[in-house]
Write a protein that binds this ligand. Sequence first.
Ligand code: MG
Length: 231
Amino acid sequence: MRPILMLWDIDGTLLSCRTGVASLQRALLNGFGVLDDLSRMDLAGRPDTAIAEEIAARHPGHGIDPWELLENYLVELEAMLPSREGIVFPGVREILNWSHEHPEVHNALLTGNIERGAYLKLKRFDLDRFFEFGAFGDDSSDRNRLGPVALDRARARLKKDFALERTWVIGDTPRDIACARALGCKALAVATGSHPVESLMEADLALRDLSDHCAVIRAIERSAEEEALAT
Ligand SMILES: [Mg+2]
């Protein structure tokens, strides 16, 4: 089979660490003396860099440098992660293990998390070993620019040609679907994050969760076979 690339979002898709927003709140309070529960901000599916820039703009006069805020956030995140319960969503480990056993199937990250934050979260759940690289919030504050970065890195690192028909963006928000469309690849949406499945129907495949991992794997394999037949 020809190579397949799966580009994974983290929060709401692979896992919920129940720490991200709290870490950012603490970073803001401890670093800049600003109390904001961030509840009025739309956070899901947005790059950390875009979120930090918006927070800085919401609190002018506090000298908030977005990158300094993110540095503080990493310190708080690392401190808080072990104490929070958190979960890996159903089916995720099965799909990652399947990909691990199939040399033609590759995983990478496509996430709004800054890179160090992404790996702190993954390591907490022993998922970091599945992801050697990816595109991150550090690369752009515009999520739609992250897809091409991830694909270029995959082609360069793995020295394989990943066709867009065999490349999947897997995420939990309409922003992940938009990111797939911007790249021109397939979108698999899961409703394990903050969006109901009804709002994710524009994806090629929209599911409540990944618990039926065999069906997910079949759909991914089928898309690769159809692409092979069409060319
Ligand atoms: Mg997400």
